[in-house]
Design a protein around this ligand. Structure first.
Ligand SMILES: NC(=O)c1ccc[n+]([C@@H]2O[C@H](COP(=O)([O-])OP(=O)(O)OC[C@H]3O[C@@H](n4cnc5c(N)ncnc54)[C@H](O)[C@@H]3O)[C@@H](O)[C@H]2O)c1
Length: 415
């Protein structure tokens, strides 16, 4: 069994993670066909011409909407709707558009009976997450949220040992993720402005999700203070942030984020986390250096401005294998693979049943996936939407604390 996939959005994350992963699964027979929609033709042309993808996936391609030869200046904001509407039901739509468009794309896909995989964040509002959870369940459709750090082996190992009680209970911790300075010169300067987002919302959410994933503790209170600065084009954004998240056992996580890791650094960003835990008789510790993963390369080919690099073998690398080209490896690939295989299993399990039985069967499988909590779904990860809502409320009120209430009438309010 295989599935047809439409990716909506052809930008950086599609190039770096989604497309290489899906090409490989297509090569292995799990994906039957692949379409990609973007706002206009230039990003699609860039994907089709990308030298690294051509080297890794010789002779593989996708169907582009709009076509590659379309006038680059013409915009097609609604073309994804025509493309999705023509897909046979129970295939997969991957949402990789800017954050504020996720809700519209996901809802449209579900209303046309497609399973969904979306990059984080699922949506920008908790109430929208609840709506999507309900809609997907009523139709027996899977919605996965691509929090790939959950598939990092060190996170899975920490979750297993934490839940076996080997560390005791999380009490206090710190996490950081500082993106490179050069982001300030990229397209970020057009949208990463104070009214839209901030470093905690954009990247801090990964470590909050990871804390919840490892410990099962739910955030109850968030405060985030930002440091404003100017982008090269004059736009003002929060360029640094310091957040504090309180969990339902009283534990505290401090989260530092920013756009400013030196371009000259071997990094190429800086990230990691430390959790201090306790039992009645002693201390436990989880400490992950997610920047330096033990591999340094210094390139002598003159192609790189800063040749000494810390190379992460863990997120996504394209490496030699026994077949043609190169294959993706790492938690970026495993995350996409796990989500796609879940869709295949759902379809396979219900394929031989009449429609009403098939729906009930898929719903019970979906409930098990929600309970297992390995794959992030609206039902088991919408605490992240609440955290982001609380963070936005706090940072725009100078760091005042915001309280989180979950449940059907859930929301956030300033303390
Ligand atoms: N670590 C992570 O999980 C991670 C990392 C990077 C990005 N992301 C998320 O991925 C998403 C995309 O980020 P990116 O960096 O690839 O952005 P990008 O700006 O590089 O690409 C966005 C793409 O969306 C397309 N698009 C915009 N409007 C569209 C429309 N109406 N119809 C079809 N396509 C449309 C654009 O053409 C473009 O190809 C964001 O939600 C971002 O938060 C997640």
């Amino acid at each position: 069994m295989s599935i047809a996939i439409t990716i909506v959005g052809g930008g950086m994350i599609t190039h770096d993670q989604i497309l290489p992963s899906i090409y490989h699964l297509q090569r292995l027979g799990q994906v039957s066909s692949l379409q990609i929609c973007a706002l206009n033709s230039p990003p699609l042309k860039a994907l089709a011409d990308a030298a690294d993808l051509k080297e890794a996936f010789p002779n593989m391609s996708f169907q582009a909407f709009p076509t590659l030869s379309e006038d680059p200046s013409k915009l097609y904001p609604d073309m994804f709707k025509d493309v999705i509407a023509k897909m046979p039901r129970h295939n997969l739509v991957v949402c990789a558009t800017p954050d504020h468009l996720h809700y519209g794309v996901i809802k449209f896909a579900l209303e046309h009976d497609q399973h969904v995989l979306t990059v984080k964040p699922l949506v920008l509002k908790y109430q929208q997450a609840l709506e999507i959870e309900k809609l997907a369940h009523s139709r027996g459709l899977f919605v996965g949220v691509e929090y790939h750090k959950r598939f990092d082996v060190r996170a899975l190992e920490a979750r297993k040992s934490y839940r076996a009680g080997r560390f005791g209970e999380f009490r206090v911790g710190e996490a950081k993720l500082i993106e490179p300075w050069y982001y300030r010169h990229s397209n970020f300067q057009n949208w990463f402005t104070c009214e839209n987002t901030d470093p905690f919302t954009y990247i801090g959410c990964h470590y909050v999700d990871l804390t919840y994933f490892i410990t099962g503790l739910r955030p109850t209170q968030v405060s985030v203070q930002g440091v404003k600065g100017k982008f090269p084009n004059g736009n003002v954004g929060y360029l640094w942030s310091a957040g504090r998240v309180v969990f339902d056992n009283g534990a505290i996580l401090s989260v530092v984020n920013g756009l400013g890791y030196p371009d000259e650094g071997a990094g190429s960003n800086d990230q990691g986390m430390t959790f201090f835990c306790e039992t009645p008789t002693g201390g436990g510790l989880i400490s992950h250096n997610d920047q330096f993963r033990g591999v340094s390369h210094s390139y002598a080919d003159g192609l790189t401005q800063y040749p000494f690099r810390f190379v992460s073998p863990d997120y996504l690398r394209l490496v030699p294998w026994t077949g043609d080209g190169l294959r993706p490896t790492g938690y970026g690939f495993w995350s996409i693979e796990a989500n796609i295989q879940t869709v295949l299993q759902l379809n396979q399990a219900s394929a031989a049943s009449p429609p009403d039985k098939a729906l009930a069967l898929r719903q019970s499988l979906l409930e098990r996936i929600d309970r297992d909590g390995i794959l992030a779904t609206p039902a088991n990860s919408s605490i992240n939407e609440l955290v982001v809502e609380a963070a936005r409320l706090s940072i725009t009120h100078d760091g005042q604390s915001a309280r989180i209430e979950s449940g059907a009438a859930g929301g956030v309010r300033l303390l």
